[in-house]
Design a protein around this ligand. Structure first.
Ligand code: FSX
Ligand code: SF4
Ligand code: F3S
Length: 398
């Protein structure tokens, strides 16, 4: 880690300056900083430190490499609906080499990379998007005649920090799907050490931005788990905070796409939702700045576990998830949420009260899990045959 003075520019220190640069009113800028601080799980009031860092930070030089991927990571960062997100990203970092965005091509582009590396030796941030093919000496991905393996090693050698963005760079992602013909590998595997990573296909742009801003605010990357994922973003299972969780606990499931349960927003577990075994903050942060509920499950599609090695692109989409955590949450979101509006804390708390005791929910959970659809139907038929009415809270009327 370089001297902190290397990262701050005393000539860029007023909020007004930020307002002009970002064409963003001060209030909106501060709200943005508060969002980033909250995303990072920082205590109340920390947005001031975040704002200060963004105001005064000297934009760190960023070298952004692309290997085996679809460029969706870059698209999600720069084509986000939020009008200011891309401005903020480009204001916070100095993107000195990025094959998709730079005007230069061919030898000029490679010269720009070498120049940026030389001028910012030991201070630049290396971002790697895409997996690195290792079979047959890495011949399946070459840039300027150099293999991806050599390029990532060369660029990482003098970097202040390396960030692997997207599931491809994080653990191989889609290109590593069996039988992995090119030997697609992660940045960590190539460099032989755990590299901080923001998985997701594509990842949430706020998680990347918050990681960079953490670097600027505190002079170091955020705390990560054993896979290199920032704990602020990947510390919880999606299932723990899912807006459909109350339906899961009550045993109300969509069984087929388009059925009554699906249309009523019931839990997608039986359609293969991998939220119960996937660590990410999609259910709390949403996606793409297009309003609440704008994330896979919110839109009615099961989570495929795109952030999770061994789940995304590996497990069949409709295979039911392994339950990693069956503890019911203390609060529940509203059962029906108006599109584009967040559930208020008060409404969540009210629903939590109605939703009943955690112990009861746990019993229902245990009861509902492990029953295949067919087994469930058989059980229901047995109940009906015995002349008894289904018990309260029993299977949904789907
Ligand atoms: Fe695509 Fe990025 Fe997926 Fe991979 O995102 S969105 S294939 S994670 O490397 O471009
Ligand atoms: Fe949400 Fe999926 Fe969990 Fe159901 S299984 S509560 S849809 S994360
Ligand atoms: Fe990916 Fe699942 Fe989130 S598919 S974007 S981890 S909801």
């Amino acid at each position: 880690m370089g001297n902190m003075n290397d990262f701050f520019d005393t000539s860029r220190k007023t909020l007004q300056d930020v307002e002009q640069r970002l064409e963003m009113p001060r209030r909106e800028f501060l709200q943005f900083c508060a969002t980033l601080a909250a995303t990072m799980g920082l205590p109340a009031g920390a947005e001031a430190a975040v704002a200060k860092a963004i105001e005064a930070a000297k934009r760190p030089s960023v070298i952004w490499l692309h290997f085996q991927e679809c460029t969706g990571c870059t698209e999600s960062l720069l084509r986000a609906e939020h009008p200011t997100l891309e401005k903020l990203i480009l204001d916070v970092i100095s993107l000195d080499y990025h094959e998709t965005l730079m005007a230069a091509a061919g030898h000029q582009a490679e010269a720009a990379r070498k120049d940026a590396m030389k001028a910012n030796k030991g201070k630049y941030v290396l971002v790697v998007e895409g997996a690195i093919p290792t079979k047959n000496n890495g011949i399946y991905c070459k840039i300027g005649g150099q293999t991806a393996i050599d390029m990532v090693k060369e660029c990482a050698a003098d970097a202040a920090a390396v960030i692997a963005i997207g599931s491809c760079a994080s653990w191989g992602g889609m290109p590593s799907t069996g039988p992995n013909p090119t030997g697609a590998s992660s940045v960590s595997e190539i460099l032989g050490k755990v590299v901080p990573t923001i998985p997701g296909c594509p990842p949430n742009p706020y998680n990347f931005l918050a990681t960079v801003v953490h670097f600027l605010t505190f002079g170091k990357l955020p705390e990560v788990d054993k896979l290199g994922r920032p704990k602020f973003a990947y510390g919880r299972l999606i299932h723990e905070n899912c807006e459909r969780r109350a339906h899961f606990d009550a045993g109300r499931f969509a069984i087929e796409f388009g059925d009554a349960g699906h249309r009523q927003g019931y839990c997608l577990y039986k359609l293969g939702c991998k939220g119960p075994e996937t660590y990410a903050n999609c259910s709390t942060l949403g996606f793409g700045d297009a309003g609440e509920n704008n994330w896979p499950v919110g839109c009615g599609h099961p989570c495929i576990g795109c952030t999770e090695k061994g789940v995304g692109f590996e497990k069949p989409i409709h295979q039911v998830a392994k339950m990693l955590n069956v503890t019911p949450p203390l609060q529940y979101p509203r059962i029906v949420e108006e599109q584009g509006k967040a559930a208020s804390f008060a409404s969540a708390a009210a629903v939590a009260a109605v939703a009943g005791a955690a112990a009861g929910a746990a019993i229902m959970l245990t009861r509902n899990l492990g029953l295949s659809h067919a087994a469930e139907e058989a059980e229901r038929a047995k109940d009906a045959g015995a002349g008894g009415k289904p018990a309260a809270g029993d299977k949904a009327e789907v």
